[in-house]
Design a protein around this ligand. Structure first.
Ligand code: FAD
Length: 386
């Protein structure tokens, strides 16, 4: 066995052991109360898992995206939901790749230890949605500060974050050549944001996911919190988006395997008409098909992670991994519901919870249609549709 395979097996074992301390009842109760998994996130932080992508010189584990994806996959495969903390792993990547050495020294060690939580990423806006480069939140330079004004929507984990990575327009759209120019990325310290200039309004969703509308009304952000160069922010977040897509693909694979495992065991045990229901091909074949689709998606997830870790372009693969894995996990969850008959709808079986949780990934962080548009235009050379 190669050292790398051994490391992956060890990570899976360690994460699985941690997750055993947070069984189905834990996630079910949180889901009922719409509460944040504080104890689970604290355990993941203490074990160092959320620092996987922070280089060792800044106090992290210094692992690759492949390894980080294995950690999150294993959480979901164990019945948990990584969505509560996955962004603590990758949001810092923009600082790591594009921040100054001073910013890295200031933030990364504290993010690695969990003393600082950077797990809010503010991009989506109510009036522009998927059309990111038309976003309207502005950051206007005034002396040694930027004044931020605007609104974001569906911004996750803000109430459990000390810092937010924010994408805002610094040069008006009319004055730039390309729409992706003129946007900048800031690290916004939410801890000292005055209530009049920054406010948060929680949004209830179909699954237990802390997400919010946020309002900026002249919030002052020190100029030293700009990441990289002004007006080049859109480019900086693209790498991070690829990582996000690969990691979420892995979570979907974890969800899918959990669902297949539940469906398979139930199909073996449940006897109706004097035979296990899994003996009927009407039950067995959909599970087998979902399994095949899941394994295919898994190959694309590893390919995308391998390319990213080798410093190669991986936009197409990261998008395809997210697309295929989101479809495969949704199919697996749907099959698990069907296999369980009425029990698939009973909360105590957790199947309906997984169905709700994994449904999100057809829409966020990028919707399936937008991935298809990206592939059609940028990979296949078809005319732009919008
Ligand atoms: C629970 C949750 C958490 C989220 N967390 C975050 C977060 O932390 N940070 C953040 O910035 N955002 C977050 N989002 C926002 C998410 O990224 C957006 O919801 C998503 O990008 C889609 O944008 P929209 O909702 O405005 O849909 P719209 O852009 O309005 O699209 C609506 C539908 O139309 C389709 N559509 C739009 N244009 C086209 C086109 N040209 N061709 C074909 N189909 C099209 C889309 O695919 C979609 O199905 C979150 C969303 C949710 C639900």
């Amino acid at each position: 066995m190669s050292a790398r395979t051994e490391l992956h097996d060890e990570l899976r074992r360690e994460v699985a052991a941690l997750c055993r301390r947070f069984p189905a009842e834990y996630w079910r109760a949180l889901d009922r109360e719409r509460a944040y998994p504080e104890a689970f996130v604290a355990a993941m932080t203490a074990a160092g898992f959320l620092s996987a992508l922070v280089p060792e010189q800044y106090g992290g584990l210094g692992l690759g995206v492949t390894e980080a994806s294995i950690i999150l996959e294993q959480v979901n495969r164990s019945g948990g939901n990584s969505g509560a903390c996955h962004a603590q792993m990758y949001t810092m990547g923009t600082v790591l790749r594009h921040g100054s050495e001073e910013q890295k020294q200031r933030y990364l060690p504290q993010i690695a230890s969990g003393a600082l939580r950077l797990q809010a990423f503010g991009v989506t806006e109510p009036n522009t949605g998927s059309d990111t480069t038309r976003l309207r939140t502005t950051a206007v330079r005034k002396g040694d500060r930027y004044i931020v004004t605007g609104q974001k929507i569906f911004i996750s984990r803000v109430q459990h974050s000390d810092l937010m990575l924010l994408l805002a327009r610094t040069t008006p759209l009319e004055q730039v050549q390309r729409r992706s120019d003129g946007l900048s990325v800031f690290l916004v310290d939410l801890r000292d944001a005055p209530a009049g200039a920054f406010s948060v309004s929680p949004i209830e969703t179909m699954m237990n996911h802390e997400t919010n509308a946020v309002f900026f009304d002249g919030l002052e952000v020190p100029a030293e919190n700009l990441i990289g160069e002004e007006n080049r922010g859109f480019r900086y977040i693209l790498d991070g988006m690829n990582v996000e897509r690969i990691l979420i693909a892995a979570e979907c694979i974890g969800d899918g395997d959990w669902c297949i495992e539940k469906a398979t065991s139930y199909a073996k045990e449940r006897v109706i008409f004097d035979r296990p229901i899994g003996q009927n091909q009407g039950i067995a074949f959909p599970i087998a098909r979902a399994y095949a689709n899941l394994r295919a998606a898994d190959l694309m997830r590893y390919r995308a992670a391998e390319l990213f870790d080798a410093g190669q372009p991986c936009g197409a693969e990261a998008n395809m991994a997210k697309l295929l894995a989101a479809d495969a996990s949704w199919e697996a969850a749907n099959v698990a519901v069907q296999t369980h008959g009425g029990y698939g709808f009973a909360v105590e079986y957790d199947i309906e919870r997984k169905l709700r949780e994994t449904r999100l990934y057809q829409v966020a962080p990028i919707s399936t249609n937008l991935i298809l548009s990206y592939l059609a235009e940028h990979v296949l050379g078809l005319p732009r549709s919008y």
